[in-house]
Design a protein around this ligand. Structure first.
Ligand code: SAH
Length: 231
């Protein structure tokens, strides 16, 4: 069964967007996954198609109404978890993307304005996921990021199976540096070991580079990696 993504948004035209091109786009055309973007506004009940209202207790901005969003969720066929893109959600990780990719699909709600009424999150059991500690103007780019990370892990999307296994985060380490021809460019050479043909030495070099990079750039990842190694 193909992975079925349903998206609830005030801007359905933002989809598939970049996911209609390249790897994800080809997989979409081939039916490896499907994407249905639904306009939340279509579920508004009044003449003006109102989806938002002022925040209770005062404050700036507007909040997406619970009744309208719930109607959109209930009226949209979907499989898998119900997700709300949200800066206060659990951080998106490679492990979370792999989890979702192993499932039947997801319903992804994109917030706008100040966000959505808290009661829909509770009553419709929305799992909040964040793409990082910064604020976007809407959940759509975040949903595109989430889907991109998931779709490339679906069977048959990536060319070589091993390309996913070797990447950053696959085993908790960042990736080693890459080089390609020309062998000397602006006087800078490709590390000799990579041209040696000694596959064992090359694998050891890559491993050392990955450990070194992770230790220097991401002490948080390195600490987790080390703690797993020595129980
Ligand atoms: N007032 C909110 C931010 C609202 S931004 C706050 O301070 O937390 C509007 C919408 O953009 C959010 O409802 C959410 O759907 C989306 N969004 C913004 N930043 C995001 C992030 N880092 N990760 C995921 N979604 C995000």
């Amino acid at each position: 069964m193909a992975f079925a993504a349903a998206v609830l948004t005030l801007f359905p035209d933002m989809f598939p967007g970049p996911l209609g091109l390249s790897l994800a786009g080809r997989a979409l055309k081939e039916g490896v996954w499907s994407l249905a973007a639904h306009d939340i506004r279509a579920f508004a009940s009044d003449r003006h198609r109102t989806v938002d209202d002022h925040p209770a207790g005062g404050g700036v901005g507007m909040v997406i109404k619970p009744d309208i969003l719930a109607a959109a969720i209930d009226g949209t066929p979907h499989a898998g978890p119900r997700i709300l893109m949200s800066p206060r959600g659990e951080p998106l990780t490679q492990a979370l993307a792999a989890d979702l990719a192993a499932g039947p699909g997801a319903l992804i709600v994109c917030g706008r304005f100040e966000g959505v009424d808290e009661r829909v999150i509770e009553r419709r059991n929305l799992r909040e996921i964040s793409v990082g500690d910064y604020i976007l103007s809407g959940g759509e780019p975040a949903a595109l990021i989430l889907l991109d990370a998931v779709v490339r892990l679906l069977p048959g999307v990536m060319g070589k199976l091993e390309s996913a296994a070797e990447e950053s985060f696959a085993d908790g380490l960042l990736e080693h540096p890459h080089y390609t021809k020309p062998n000397i460019w602006e006087g800078a050479e490709i590390p000799a070991i990579l041209l040696s043909g000694d596959h064992r030495a090359i694998a050891a070099w890559k491993r050392r580079q990955r450990e070194e990079l992770t230790r220097r750039r991401r002490p948080d990842l390195w600490a987790r990696h080390e703690s797993k190694k020595t129980p």
